[in-house]
Write a protein that binds this ligand. Structure first.
Ligand code: URA
Ligand code: SF4
Length: 200
């Protein structure tokens, strides 16, 4: 597979992109996943949130961040004062990657090659939405957008330039759910979202 570029539509608008992405075969992940989970939100959104890849529920339902991680994200956005209709939500990789353990589908981190293969979709979303702030959720999104040297642990909550936008990286909401001290992890996550809320 040579990546998503050859599946991009001629007409670059969000609906055309979404329709084209539904039949992307730019990497092997389309084979086992249920469907492409494309980004969602208004084209005029000032905030773009970028996660890693859809999870089990997102894969079944076809929408980003509708599972447990999405509930943490929604709570954080609300408490940071970021309005839902000012947010476009997407992922670095548009198909769910998993391994089967019995009947359970266990999330697998996308490989660097898969992140690269899927990058044309993310680039096209950025070019169309032209957000003022990009909230980078976790290491995979950071790698996709800020390069392999970027360390979320060192530079979370610091606005950094990303094209015409400012990016603010934070931990992935799933990491908040898994943290030994969930309240503390959530507090750090919320503090980073508040930075993002205040840069515009
Ligand atoms: N985790 C992600 O990174 N993205 C989703 O859409 C859901 C969970
Ligand atoms: Fe295409 Fe991305 Fe899905 Fe791979 S993960 S098939 S590049 S949409």
């Amino acid at each position: 597979n040579k990546g998503a570029a050859e599946f991009l539509p001629d007409q670059l608008d969000l609906d055309s992109l979404r329709r084209a992405a539904a039949s992307c075969q730019g990497c092997g992940l389309y084979r086992n996943a249920t469907q492409t989970v494309f980004g969602e939100g208004p084209q005029r959104a000032r905030f773009m949130l970028v996660g890693e890849e859809p999870g089990d529920q997102e894969d079944r339902r076809g929408h980003p961040f509708v599972g447990p991680a999405g509930r943490i994200l929604d709570k954080g956005l609300e408490e940071a004062g970021i309005e839902r209709d000012d947010v476009y939500v997407t992922n670095a990789v548009k198909h769910f990657s998993f391994v089967l353990r019995g009947k359970r589908r266990i999330h697998q981190k996308p490989t660097a090659a898969e992140v690269d293969a899927c990058h044309p979709w993310l680039d096209a979303e950025l070019a169309l939405v032209r957000p003022e702030v990009v909230v980078v959720l976790g290491a995979t999104a950071a790698r996709a957008l800020l390069g392999r040297e970027f360390r979320v642990t060192h530079h979370r909550g610091e606005p950094v330039p990303l094209g015409d936008a400012l990016a603010v990286a934070t931990v992935h909401p799933s990491a908040v759910l898994r943290a030994p001290d969930r309240d503390q992890a959530y507090a750090g996550f919320l503090a980073d979202l508040k930075v993002a809320a205040q840069v515009v």
